[in-house]
Design a protein around this ligand. Structure first.
Ligand code: NDP
Length: 302
């Protein structure tokens, strides 16, 4: 298959590209920068969708960019980098004379309201309640294809938790402080910590890109929670990371410090969390390589 990946140069995109190429597929990236094996967002807009059987959007300004202060301009970039790129791709798919058979958006679990007790599956109803859930709403709405196109193009939304891997994401920023023995729980530590290993997320995306065997696509997107089946808290994650690194984790970071450092609107993704169940992902028969924290963290740390 020929697969087009918006934002494919990033952390998840590199893993996905590796996996797709290993399986013999051809990958073209959509990027802000021109280069070999890439088209730019401007070229997508002016020249339309290049021939492809599958399209994915992974583009988005980093939500935990330590170099950017939490202000209106950063929030605007968080929205436009996701919503505008997703809209550009869905519109190019809709306008194409031969649209791909699969269109996959990777969004996030911030749509589910943080809670110590509630459990969320892909079927859980939700309405926006804060900035990040509003972002997910707009982002996923931007991906919707017109009904006539949705008859032939399967629409999939994957909502990952924190993506864990050696090569980027949250681990890249956490490994050094933990390695130095400066790691600790965030906030109360009791908050759920939905997570997935990057190679499992790439595996879920590849499955979503596969054409449907017999049934025609439905007009609404299929949602898959992209999280590991193990339900962990921030405390369990912190202790397990300390254990595999053989480092102490005795320095908790209070919630108010996180709010001051990151801004309370985005600190919620670390100081609060949701119990997210990958019900449909498991029902689809997906086999996780890293279903539990110990196996995932050992792979990353070793
Ligand atoms: P990255 O931070 O690695 O970014 C992905 C790509 O987005 C970049 O390589 C870049 O591509 C493009 N990009 C960055 N900033 C902008 C911008 N301002 N405008 C347009 N494009 C931009 O993301 P990940 O690979 O970690 O994540 C992929 C997707 O999954 C993102 O949408 C993210 O929100 C979502 N997600 C990630 C999680 C995680 O823990 N990593 C958790 C939950 C959801 P280029 O420079 O080539 O243009």
């Amino acid at each position: 298959m020929r697969i087009l990946i918006g934002g494919g140069s990033g952390f998840v995109g590199r893993e996905l590209t590796r996996l797709l190429r290993d399986k013999g597929h051809e990958v073209t990236l959509i990027s802000r920068q021109p280069g070999p094996g890439k088209i730019t967002w401007g070229e997508l807009e002016s020249q339309g969708l290049p021939p492809c059987e599958g399209a994915v959007n992974l583009a988005g300004e980093n939500l935990i960019n330590p170099l950017r202060w939490w202000n209106e301009s950063y929030k605007k970039d968080l929205f436009s980098s996701r919503v505008d790129t997703t809209k550009a791709l869905s519109q190019a798919i809709a306008a194409s004379s031969s649209p791909p058979h699969s269109w996959v958006l990777v969004s996030g679990v911030a749509c589910y309201k943080p809670s110590l007790t509630a459990q969320y599956t892909e079927d859980s109803e939700w309405t926006p309640f804060d900035l990040l859930s509003r972002l997910v709403k707009e982002w996923e709405a931007a991906a919707l294809l017109p009904e006539n196109v949705a008859k032939t193009t399967k629409q999939v939304i994957i909502r990952p938790g924190a993506v864990l891997g050696r090569d980027g994401g949250a681990m890249k920023q956490m490994l050094l402080p933990f390695w130095l023995g400066l790691g600790g729980t965030l906030g109360s530590g009791r908050q759920p910590f939905p997570w997935i290993h990057v190679s499992d997320l790439a595996g879920i995306i590849v499955r979503a890109l596969e054409p449907l065997a017999d049934t025609p696509p439905s007009s609404s997107p299929q949602v898959f929670n992209g999280v590991a089946p193990a339900l962990n808290t921030n405390y369990e994650f912190t202790k397990e990371l300390g254990r595999v690194l053989r480092r102490p984790t005795i320095l908790p970071v209070p919630g108010f410090v996180m709010n001051a450092l990151l801004g309370s609107e985005r600190a919620v993704i670390l100081t609060q969390g949701q119990k997210v169940i990958p019900k449909r992902t498991l029902e689809s028969g997906f086999q996780y390589n890293y279903p539990d924290l110990t196996s995932a963290l050992k792979e990353i740390v070793n």
